[in-house]
Design a binder for this molecule. Structure first.
Ligand SMILES: Nc1nc2c(ncn2[C@@H]2O[C@H](COP(=O)(O)OP(=O)(O)OP(=O)(O)O)[C@@H](O)[C@H]2O)c(=O)[nH]1
Ligand SMILES: [Mg+2]
Ligand SMILES: [Zn+2]
Length: 335
């Protein structure tokens, strides 16, 4: 493997200054509270951390520079994308993964599939500038995967959706268009949808090496939160893949373009509303309400847009003062 195969690109190379010449770029493959490891083309390294840093500021997928002799972490390079979310009560966002090209949003062909929940993942991917693909797993367990595909294709304009069996070799070919050398993909979704199964299939990992996978409850098809940390691995045939723990509830906050892209059909109508600050609820001359009446806009989508927009506003910190609704930068530091 070389650096380019690990995802290194001119974007990162341009950040290396002449005085960095003696340092080695490596990619963070694991982040724990008190330790981190990183991948070099040759091996996995345990990093030596300076006292002042907080591991919460680092994401799996980050590129960092280290002293090759000591593995001492010197600095992190700028990211080209960052998937993050605000957790209940958390002061700063939790970093899910960095420098991800494609986000595989996994959900199974079963009754646990929830369009409103998938929209939250789509908003997160859009906001991060990461290309989302919906991956419908457990297609081998249903007679008609197309029925499940139909539930999700309309969730965003141009949305790509694939159906597969995460435990079968055949899944590799289905995901190959996004997995070439230098490409980074990440797996997100609820517990039990098959993220780690898919990771094992993509990386060819078996036995001791494999990510643990767990069964799901019969009653409600919910998983058991088998995976507990994020990690980065090499894909057989090129590229890297990041596994993540199942998320219970994905709250939205700090979104701007993320929601606009998700709800393009609503965003596009808004300029035709009579009032610039139309809430599309009860105003006269509302183009969005008119589209619902005309049957060209799904009222359920409008309802979900409203709910997500309101949640986003109430979760996004604002500061009142002379400059109005200015966004406050979350304080950095240890959580
Ligand atoms: N038949 C079939 N079983 C699958 C498929 N994907 C996953 N499974 C099974 O579903 C269970 C859960 O899979 P995991 O890979 O552990 O799910 P996960 O998304 O990693 O779950 P967490 O780590 O808890 O977030 C395991 O028993 C898998 O064997 C699939 O596409 N087809
Ligand atoms: Mg897992
Ligand atoms: Zn309106």
């Amino acid at each position: 493997m070389n650096l380019a195969a690990l995802g290194w690109s001119p974007f990162f190379a341009a950040q290396i200054a002449p005085e960095d010449a003696h340092l080695q770029p490596v990619r963070i493959s694991n982040v724990h509270r008190a330790r981190m490891s990183a991948q070099s083309p040759a091996e996995t390294l345990r990093l030596m951390l300076p006292h002042h840093i907080s591991t919460a500021d680092y994401a799996v997928g980050d590129w960092v520079l280290i002293e090759p002799e000591t593995t001492l972490l010197v600095r992190r390079l700028e990211r080209n994308s960052l998937l993050q979310r605000r957790t209940e009560g958390g002061r700063v966002p939790q970093l899910i993964a960095a420098n991800v090209d494609t986000l595989f949003i996994a959900t199974s062909c079963n009754e646990d599939l929830n369009p409103a929940r998938l929209e939250r993942y789509l908003a997160m991917a859009n906001e991060a500038g990461t290309h989302p693909v919906i991956v419908l797993t457990k297609a081998d367990k249903v007679e008609d995967p197309a029925f499940w595909r139909d539930q999700v294709t309309g969730l965003q304009r141009g949305l790509e959706v694939v159906t597969l069996d995460a435990t079968s070799e055949s899944a590799r070919a289905v995901l190959a268009p996004w997995c070439g050398a230098g490409q980074t993909v990440a797996l997100v979704g609820s517990s039990g949808v098959g993220k780690s199964s898919l990771l094992n299939t993509l990386t060819g990992k078996t036995g001791e090496e494999a990510q643990l996978t767990g069964g799901i409850r019969e009653a409600d098809a919910k998983g058991r939160h088998t995976t507990t940390s994020r990690s980065l691995h090499a894909i057989t045939g090129g590229g890297t893949v990041i596994d993540t723990p199942g998320i219970r509830t994905l709250h939205v906050s700090d979104l701007s373009v993320g929601l606009d892209v998700l709800f393009t059909e609503i965003t596009e109508l808004a300029p035709d509303c009579r009032f610039r600050d139309c809430t599309h609820a009860h105003e006269p001359g509302c183009a969005v309400q008119a589209a619902v009446k005309a049957g060209t806009l799904d009222p359920a989508r409008l309802e979900r847009w409203r709910k997500l927009s309101e949640e986003n506003i109430s979760n996004t910190p604002v500061m009142t003062g002379p400059r109005g609704n200015r966004k406050v930068k979350a304080p950095s530091g240890r959580r």
